[in-house]
Design a protein around this ligand. Sequence first.
Ligand code: SF4
Length: 270
Amino acid sequence: MMSEPIRHILSLSGGKDSAALAVYMRDEIPEMEYIFHDTDKELPETYEYLHRLEAILGKPITKTTAERSFDNWLKIYGNMIPSNHRRWCTRMLKLKPFERYIGEDKVFNYIGLRADEDRTGYISHKKNITPIYPFQRDGKVLADIHRILEESGLGLPKYTEWGRTRSGCFFCFYQQKIEWVRLKEHYPELYEEAKAYEVPNPINGNTFYWNDNESLEQLERPERMAQIRENWEVKRARSRSQAPNQKLIQILGNAEVEEEEPEGCLICQL
Ligand code: SF4
């Protein structure tokens, strides 16, 4: 009896780790399928990065766009913008479209979690999907990811140049306050777009914020932005004195720098 064929699928987030994994696995598994769970709310640099990655891989990246848009789902969820505790966005815009794309096929799903990360993935638990962690298998850490990206010519996503540490939706509630400040500086129109979601619910009058305790209107006050920048500088200086040999980008992406580095949208593998 012939065994069931297995599909090899690598989900890209638009971030450095999954991109490095794609480059790393390119020759090992030539039949690899590359997919990107597009929420249509990504930063422009993410689309540009994936476009360059496609050229390096020599293969197209399939977009698994959800049947309904973010705004559509938002209405269905009673205008409750997503949060760590109401994370319908990942489920509806990434996980479900991923499972639909796969169907009942047997799949090895390659995930870019590194050996120096202590995180678990927000991944599908369907029985036909087996997660594989090649970087953890091979002991690859952050420095290896930088080397893979440099050697391939891809480098880091351009959003890192203005201090954003993660891919994902421009309004992602996982971003740190300093990243909101940087979003406001670099993409004021996207900041406005994010702010426009923070409106009272027409039924009960409740307003949900992207940051649990602070509205974007409060956060954008010049004195508040200055304070967030100052706090971040202090933490960066402290982190640099603790790890003087780290490059700035490593520090920017280092959990020790910020108040908190909560688990991100790991189906997108940050
Ligand atoms: S990037 Fe953030 S906002 Fe976007 S789907 Fe993932 S968790 Fe939700």
